[in-house]
Design a protein around this ligand. Sequence first.
Ligand SMILES: NC(=O)c1ccc[n+]([C@@H]2O[C@H](COP(=O)([O-])OP(=O)(O)OC[C@H]3O[C@@H](n4cnc5c(N)ncnc54)[C@H](OP(=O)(O)O)[C@@H]3O)[C@@H](O)[C@H]2O)c1
Length: 310
Amino acid sequence: MSIKVLFAASDTDWQAYRTSLRTALDDAGLDATLARVLPPDEVDYIVYAPSGGLRDFTPYTRCKAVMSLWAGVETIVGNETLTMPLTRMVDPGLTEGMVEWVTGHVLRLHLNIDHALARQDGRWDRHVPPLARDRPVTILGLGELGHACAKALSSLNFPVSGWSRSAKDIPDVRTYAGPEGLRAALSSAEILVLLLPDTPKTVDILDATALAMLPQGAMIINPGRGTLIDDVALLEALDRDHVAQATLDVFRIEPLPVEHPFWAHPKVTVTPHIASETRPVSAARVIAENMRNCEAGLPLEHLVDRGKGY
Ligand SMILES: NC(=O)c1ccc[n+]([C@@H]2O[C@H](COP(=O)([O-])OP(=O)(O)OC[C@H]3O[C@@H](n4cnc5c(N)ncnc54)[C@H](OP(=O)(O)O)[C@@H]3O)[C@@H](O)[C@H]2O)c1
């Protein structure tokens, strides 16, 4: 049985994915037409990214699933024309990239590497960093990415705590759940990593009240979403030295406007939403295998829960 797959993402994405997707569909044994333009009522699956501009899903009357190329689905999850199932990206390559980025920045802050880089001035100024075992790290969000980062940091001896909506049991990680667990998760966080999705419940989760729960001198790493942090409250916490450093990869407005105070702030490191990317080869395989399962009558994997928003 032949299926029709619409690729609804940008020109750049098409260049990156067309070969990998074609190969993955063939490898999955699917007799599939893959195209950027198809009659809407003939489309079986939509491979989607917000960059493609598709907003009205109403004409796709026989579409069995919209498959997001992005892990974060905040821009599409509330779309009322989207009546078909929505899956989000869970890609081994994306997870691997995030683990490397988070581990790299945690080690950078833990070892105070910025200080060494800034002090190449002839002064024999010895600052011996503590061991990882003495540097508690907390991760907000223990999903695909947070869980993998927690495991990696724990394997480096950091005492890791994590917080999620539902209770978790992860070896060597102290876990907290629900609104009542947030204070405990934050209170020990010398380094805090944000890996929550952008939902109505997580917007401004790191507001002035939550920032005050962090220990004095805490450092923050946000590869999650810009909406998780109240920017003004963070700037205030940095300026009164309650927070020592913020490494931010995601922002409420992207690209981060040049006049935004984060760019010039001496205690803020800005990176341009590069913590991790979906990798075309592994992601295409995930998408094709999900289509094959669906065609075989098996449940779709990585389904987004519309009620929860992620
Ligand atoms: N910067 C980048 O390059 C980049 C790349 C990829 C992804 N991201 C971001 O990373 C986010 C996380 O990705 P993921 O794949 O790990 O997502 P995920 O598997 O859906 O995990 C989300 C985690 O957040 C928790 N959570 C959600 N709402 C919560 C709430 N109200 N209170 C407490 N915990 C809550 C979930 O709890 P439960 O486990 O109980 O459901 C889960 O542990 C994405 O949504 C995206 O925004 C950024």
